[in-house]
Design a protein around this ligand. Structure first.
Ligand SMILES: [Zn+2]
Length: 209
């Protein structure tokens, strides 16, 4: 069986390849038993090996030779409160950060917003990185959703597994870019609550069953 830490490292490297991160900003985790594996703090993803990946327990303690990402708290809190979450990914991707600096929710300018579980992508209140206050704000913004923006900071997504988390992050960054571009030309026309409800219903029965 493949080592889940290797899949975690591959996903972390894919952030850079997909334009979601530069250098050591951002972090990725995957649920493992009673806890989760998470990328270590301050290490370039290119040089990571499986033994660099700490295993954290839900009480915030960790095992391994490296310290976990300083932003482990929102990972831990998502695993502790959302049993369906198998992977959490956080990035400082350029378009998501730009919109997060406006501290506004992304409205339903495109039907794919519904892919994240509602008719907006919420922007969590600002709190300093790595703090419990930031995690609390993030979880509130993620309520019933698979993504949020973090004010003046970046994006956060939660998926069933690493593959879904990465796909959601790529999609969210793309939506942020599209919204930004549309706003250059004028005020985007938003989908109505009824139109978004119909999209959510269609998504619920969509895909490979
Ligand atoms: Zn961050």
């Amino acid at each position: 069986m493949a080592d889940p830490r290797d899949e975690l490292i591959a996903t972390a490297r894919a952030l850079g390849a997909n334009g979601l991160n530069r250098s050591t900003a951002g972090n990725v985790s995957a649920r493992a038993g009673e806890g989760f594996y998470i990328t270590p703090t301050g290490m370039p993803y290119e040089t990571l090996v499986a033994d660099d990946i700490p295993l954290m327990a839900l009480d915030g303690t960790h095992r391994g030779q490296r310290k976990p990402s300083s932003e482990w708290r929102f990972h831990r809190d998502l695993y502790a409160t959302r049993p369906e979450v198998g992977s959490v990914l956080h990035a400082h991707s350029p378009f998501a950060v730009s919109l997060a600096c406006l501290r506004r929710n992304i409205p339903p300018f495109h039907y794919m917003i519904a892919r994240f579980g509602g008719d907006t992508i919420r922007c969590a209140d600002y709190a300093i990185f790595g703090s419990q206050a930031l995690s609390t704000a993030a979880l509130q913004a993620m309520n019933g959703r698979q993504a949020c923006l973090l004010a003046n900071h970046g994006l956060l997504v939660a998926g069933r597994d690493l593959g879904e988390a990465l796909a959601l992050a790529i999609e969210l960054e793309e939506l942020c870019e599209q919204y930004w571009r549309a706003c250059q030309l004028g005020q985007p026309v938003l989908l109505t609550p009824e139109e978004m409800r119909a999209v959510c219903e269609k998504f619920a029965g969509y895909g490979q069953q």
